[in-house]
Design a protein around this ligand. Structure first.
Ligand code: CTP
Ligand code: MG
Length: 384
């Protein structure tokens, strides 16, 4: 345990197989699934874990640099990349040799690319609570027959006693290391070796999304599952600032010499701030106050470009690209139309996407109509 009483967790991801049954022209973990490799997707699952620790990636000898690149892009903690062996078990053994110090070790197949982070955490929690080896398992729904080599059916196996087990499988670290030292057979999972040294292994509920991508049909199924989450995301944001005669006006990223400025911790650019909120909300990243913090001295007096550039980085880090942004400001002045295309070009360049800016007055009604300030309303579309 670490000083906070949290278990030190190491996750070994085996990605060194060739993928014979998938039949692609490259190793399975490096095959693309809706724009990301299977390995990359597995690393995203690790990144989403509540438990933190070391990650060891076991990759084919020829792909170590590629694996290092993917790891650097996705993970921030301690990562080792090592070369795998002839069999899965040899690959896991290579990964275990790179584990530094851990209380709990999880072993995961990169081929189970859609495994939710919550399953990783649930396995860790169960290992900590019980000290057992823990495997996720699902009930078997087909009737299972034992057959002879000549295809003769010998018997029906009682499926109520069976579970189809998945990964991540988790173990107290010293138990898994002892099981690997003692291994005398080649098994297809780690629990088999742990059971062989007489340590108890228990099953926790698995997850249908943790299925192993083995055949081209599995890859298609994974693509179809993902396409449901590839829907565009829309976001909405508003902002209002009051006029401050002592300030310079910055609006839609532009400086407006001679116009009355807006009050605010930053430069008061309502148009930029409404866009930031629309983008953050589309990505599910909260809002401008949460992300940038009005108390943060880095943003005191900052121009819209600073917020927009950082917001673009954040939404792109979540795997989105900006489709387009539409924003309307409500206020009596400045007269916006003469600088509309200048504003659209500037904002579009910062965000790397089309930005439309429109302006209206409020027919003399309300605070904008009375000329007390400016509001802006923005929508944003994000694409995967
Ligand atoms: N694995 C590994 N090293 C091996 C064999 C397998 O790291 N020598 C990994 C695979 O990359 C995969 C996991 O173990 O993430 C489960 O193995 P499997 O689905 O059988 O993958 P492959 O062995 O690559 O596929 P196949 O058996 O069809 O060749
Ligand atoms: Mg295999």
């Amino acid at each position: 345990m670490d000083i906070n009483g949290e278990p030190r967790v190491a996750v070994v991801i085996v990605a060194a197989g060739s993928g014979t049954r998938l039949g692609a022209d490259l190793p399975k973990a490096f095959v693309q699934l809706a724009g990301q490799t299977l390995l990359e997707r597995s690393l995203h699952s690790v990144r989403g874990m509540r438990h933190r620790g070391q990650t060891v990636i076991v990759a084919p000898e020829t792909r170590l640099d590629e694996a290092r690149g993917l790891a650097a892009a996705v993970l921030s903690g301690s990562v080792q990349v090592v070369a795998g062996g002839e069999t899965r078990q040899q690959s896991v053994a290579a990964g275990l040799a790179a584990v530094e110090s851990a209380d709990v070790i999880l072993v995961h197949d990169a081929a189970r690319a859609l495994t939710p982070s919550t399953l990783f955490d649930a396995v860790v929690d169960e290992v900590v609570a019980t000290g057992d080896g823990v495997v996720p398992g699902l009930p078997v729904s087909d009737t299972i027959k034992r057959i002879d080599e000549d295809s003769t059916v010998r018997e029906t196996v009682d499926r109520s006693q069976l579970a189809a087990v998945q990964t991540p499988q988790g173990f107290p670290a010293e138990v898994l290391l002892a099981a690997y030292r003692a291994a005398s057979t080649d098994e297809t999972d780690d629990a088999a070796l742990v059971a062989a040294i007489g340590h108890r292994v228990t099953v926790v509920p698995g997850d249908a999304h943790a299925f192993k991508i083995t055949t081209p049909w599995d890859l298609r199924r994974a693509e179809e599952l993902l396409s449901a989450s590839l829907m565009p995301r829309v976001g909405f944001g508003t902002d209002t600032h009051s006029f401050d005669p002592s300030a310079e006006l910055w609006l839609a990223g532009l400086h407006w010499p001679g116009e009355t400025g807006l009050a605010g911790h930053s430069d008061g650019d309502t148009v930029a701030h409404a866009i930031v909120d629309a983008l953050l909300s589309a990505a599910g990243l909260g809002d401008i106050g949460e992300v940038f913090g009005t108390g943060d001295p880095r943003f005191s007096g900052a121009h819209g470009e600073v917020f927009l550039t950082e917001t673009r980085r954040l939404v792109e880090a979540e795997g989105y690209r900006i489709g387009n942004v539409s924003v309307q400001l409500v206020g009596n002045r400045p007269k916006f139309a003469p600088r509309r295309s200048e504003a659209e070009a500037l904002l579009g360049g910062i965000l790397g996407a089309p930005v439309s800016v429109s302006a209206t007055t409020a027919d003399g009604l309300g605070f904008t109509g009375r000329g007390e300030g400016i509001s802006a309303y923005a929508t944003a579309l994000l694409l995967r």
